[in-house]
Ligand binder design. Structure first.
Ligand SMILES: *Cc1c(COP(=O)(O)O)cnc(C)c1O
Length: 360
């Protein structure tokens, strides 16, 4: 096999090697089926087993009660930015959004096309270095729901508490889904594009409480109504068969590791190695406030942009790929999702020490 480098990409992100190997082994012919998963009908028994298996594993991992639907949709998390207000808000209805980064802003922009949106808290004036505290949330008593973004992929911050709200809580968990246990009794809906932490691009997981699914207005496009996808078990049209197959394998991989508690422990260990290295010297400076630090996306700066550019160039040459930060933060970003190996974090820390020794 060709050698694999360390992939720090923010998305699509690294997938577990055992999952890629299993998919490779079975690509030409699924055992007992004689066809590739890329070729099978989504109406076949084989695919029924795959999609039902993926749902069952997600239910097990998140300890989901029967109060929730699990849907596999398309259009990315970005389409959810529109579907959520279109389905949950009545005409002229209100919702609270908490602005913690670029993806929150994108969600707010779409929701404003549908309803009256109150930005209940924002850390934009601080370039999103932190998650607001509970006492900073100015919630609207008339809001239909509250929307949060659990992990801010670009800025490297993550919620470390579940906000206290009295209406349904809706969360974009695209970049930290399945990285830690979630108390689903606190949430009415979570959704995630699969391509960061649970699979390849092409499928979006939506978990929503059954009472949120309503009869859509007559002028709602069929594909945009949650009811359509609930009624057809995510098979109104052709679902992304291969992406769902990989999601199933990724969920099995997490179950084999010991579930979300074990996954969280691994993620905490990996992130600690990197944050400890950042905190050890003045040369590296973390972007996020300590209490808001993400375990998934670690953002940091160097003393100058010249050094940052040199760092990216030399780290890429050393097989540490995808470390250039997003332009709105600058500097470096190491995305260390579930599937990213601890050895890769250790290799980065070694590189950082050596780079500082030469350039510090
Ligand atoms: C990547 C990302 C998105 C956008 O996801 P798409 O599936 O590409 O639409 C939305 N929210 C968060 C938090 C993300 O990290």
């Amino acid at each position: 096999m060709t050698e694999r480098i360390y992939n720090f990409s923010a998305g699509p992100g690294a997938l577990p090697l055992p999952v890629l190997e299993e998919a490779q082994r079975n690509l030409v012919s699924l055992p007992g089926v004689g066809m590739s998963v890329l070729e099978i009908s989504h109406r076949s028994k084989t695919f029924d087993k795959i999609i039902e298996g993926a749902e069952a594993k997600i239910r097990k991992l998140l300890n989901l009660s029967d109060d929730f639907h699990v849907l596999f949709l398309q259009g990315g998390a970005s389409l959810q930015f529109s579907m959520i207000p279109m389905n949950l808000l009545s005409k002229g209805g209100k919702a609270d959004y908490i602005n913690t980064g670029a993806w929150s802003k994108a969600a707010i922009k779409e929701a404003k096309k549908v309803g009256q949106i109150n930005v209940a808290a924002s850390t934009e004036s601080e370039n999103f270095v932190r998650i607001p505290k509970q006492e900073e949330l100015k919630l609207d008593a008339e809001a239909t729901y509250v929307h949060t973004t659990s992990n801010n992929t670009i800025f490297g911050t993550e919620w470390h508490y579940d906000p206290e709200v009295t209406v349904p809580l809706v969360c974009d968990a695209s970049s930290d889904i399945l990285s830690r246990p979630i108390d689903m009794s606190r949430y009415a809906m979570i959704y995630a594009g699969a391509q960061k932490n649970m699979g390849p691009a092409g499928v979006t997981m939506v978990i929503m409480r059954k009472d949120l699914v309503k009869e859509p207005p007559a002028d709602m496009p069929t594909m945009l109504a949650y009811k359509t996808h609930v009624d057809t078990k995510s098979m109104y049209n052709t679902p992304p068969v291969f992406s769902i197959y990989i999601v199933d394998l990724v969920c099995q991989w997490i179950l084999d590791l010991g579930g979300l508690e074990a996954m969280q422990k691994l993620n905490q260990e990996k992130a600690k190695v990197l944050y400890d290295a950042i905190d050890a010297t003045e040369f590296y400076r973390g972007h996020a406030h300590t209490d808001s630090r993400s375990l998934m996306n670690v953002t940091f700066r160097l003393p100058s942009e010249e050094l940052e550019n040199l760092f990216v160039k030399q780290s890429t040459a050393a097989g540490l790929d995808g470390l250039k930060g997003h332009r709105s933060v600058g500097g470096l970003r190491a995305s260390i999702y579930n599937a990213f190996p601890k050895a890769g974090v250790e290799a980065l820390v070694e590189f950082m020490k050596e780079f500082e020794r030469k350039n510090g």
